[in-house]
Design a protein around this ligand. Sequence first.
Ligand SMILES: NC(=O)c1ccc[n+]([C@@H]2O[C@H](COP(=O)([O-])OP(=O)(O)OC[C@H]3O[C@@H](n4cnc5c(N)ncnc54)[C@H](O)[C@@H]3O)[C@@H](O)[C@H]2O)c1
Length: 278
Amino acid sequence: MSGSGVSARVCVVTGAARGLGLEIVRLLAGRGDVVVATDVDTDALAAAIRDLGASVAGRPLDVRDPDACTALAAAVVADHGRLDVWVNNAGILATGPSFELDLATQRRVIEINTFGTMNGTLAALSPMRDRGRGSIVNVVSLAGLAPVPGMAAYSASKHAALAFSLSTLGELRATGARNISISCLCPAGIWTPMLHDRTDDFWASAPFGGRLLQSTDVAARAVALIDRPQPVAAVPRLMGPFSRLTAATPRLATALTPLALRLAAAQQRRTAKRLAAG
Ligand SMILES: NC(=O)c1ccc[n+]([C@@H]2O[C@H](COP(=O)([O-])OP(=O)(O)OC[C@H]3O[C@@H](n4cnc5c(N)ncnc54)[C@H](O)[C@@H]3O)[C@@H](O)[C@H]2O)c1
């Protein structure tokens, strides 16, 4: 039992070497859960989890590899008897107009963000369906709810991840699986290494348009979704309806894009100045 009186859960987190994934691992470990932290960057992962205690184990995992995801899920069940939670967090960002960005980069975004989420979800579902219970949290983005100029492939990859997750959730319910959840977390911009070197990248200005979130706050929402699943959870909450409204009014949203990007870029410059001033 953890300190909170909740039974320890056996959890897998992908993309856990830094940023949001590492923060989720910290929170889960702090609650007394058993955590298998995974990342493609194994050196960074080992360094990141060194002080997190014996309940956190690091494993290499490239989420693009479906067989590796399946093997990891099976190994977790072999080692711990069950798999309670799988967090698909690994993701990358590429910015710039789609017609200027090379196709290989855009393909990589889709492979990691979309196929990586599909691979992890399907790997987790295998033992969870056998047991009839489990929680999957898929880290999507507000960019999965509305298009984001400057991040076309990223936004496309997140829309696809959201649609896959929600369709699969419906299929679980349609086949009688009531105790398996898939929650999609859709945060606004978070101050993680993903954005650290993008404070002067005009095409990365969208996430700087509002108040940047802290990874600790977003990780807390991710962990809350394990106990109280929600098909879609936007952070901040109000941004969910706002993004959906943007998506529902494409003519207006497209007309306003030059202004919206200029305003976001101005906010991005203010953020950069504030950060530089310490
Ligand atoms: N930072 C933001 O503003 C923001 C906003 C909304 C959603 N998100 C999403 O949150 C998630 C975490 O992002 P972050 O901001 O912590 O980014 P980050 O760049 O700080 O960390 C991403 C982690 O994913 C790992 N990774 C990359 N490719 C991988 C692969 N093929 N297999 C396994 N691991 C891989 C990286 O090594 C890294 O440790 C991503 O899915 C991202 O799209 C981020």
